[in-house]
Write a protein that binds this ligand. Sequence first.
Ligand code: ZN
Ligand code: ZN
Length: 354
Amino acid sequence: MPTARRGLAGMLVRRGGERMLVDCGEGTQRQLLRSTVGLIELPEIFLTHYHADHYLGLPGMLKTFALRGRDVPLVVHGPPGLTDLFAGLQRIFGKLTYPIELVELRDGDVLDRGEYRIVVFRVSHGVAANGYAFVEVPRPGRFDVDAARALGVPEGPLFGRLQAGKAIALAGGVEVRPGQVLGAPRSGRKVVLAGDTAPAATVLEVAGEADVLVHEATFAEEESERAEETAHSTATGAARLARAAKVKMLALTHLSNRYFGPEILREARGIFPETVVPRDFDIIDVRFQERGSPRLVKAGARTTREEAEPHGEHGAGGGGGGPRRGGGDPDDPGVGGDPVGASPGGRAASGGAG
Ligand SMILES: [Zn+2]
Ligand SMILES: [Zn+2]
């Protein structure tokens, strides 16, 4: 369920100029409008499964696109059952101005995007449910310009050939191999979005050494029985899995509405310190390894526009929007959140496409 402060499932993956929405809970289009991203003409959407909290935002968003006269095609991916789901949703959103392609994805499917792959894996949620891993291919090693010059390679197209991993022959017949001027290949980034799931071996396997694992923690350990019955995870379960997978950062989402955040964070951090509990409009900046670890940018996607509107959002306290218990942990860097004083706007995207 949503709370006054938290919307339903919906995450945007940005890579260079690409934008991919994963899940689209009720209210997602408005959250996008309120963010620095805006309600852009998303080219593709990935659904993890068909529980209402993950797709009810779709009909409204698809309708808005149509009202704006969108003509760019939209691809919606999801586990088996997507076609049936849309047969039902169609009655709500009616005729659209743009084509929709539905792609059902199963465990083991891989979408090859050149510089990265999207790996589809099954999770453990009692219904057909996919997780998605975004895995970049390794990047070529750094090109050592000085070494190339010292070997007598003239600047220009031959540099490019070496950078592309090809051997070249110099005027005198001397061969220069890429290994002489290129450093070791640099690892790409890996971001794993597990969706709703009980702790699962499939997630553990795919999340090995991931930069970021986004995992649900619907409950705290005191409700572990309930978590088991409903095929969800506790903070403890997610943290144990993250520790076993040796990920760099664990981001916990999908908290039950009885939790505010800090209690989930504390529990998880006792087991896996590199845990964060992002809030709506937070960004996780996934940097290339040589540039540092992933980091949580609080309110990184929140716009100040609405604060400037005279009749805009109510801000603190309006409509009883505050947390029900305590004030959270504003000093805790792991709980995303207090937008006050955070500078907005595009400062962090998700790292360069490199
Ligand atoms: Zn679910
Ligand atoms: Zn859910």
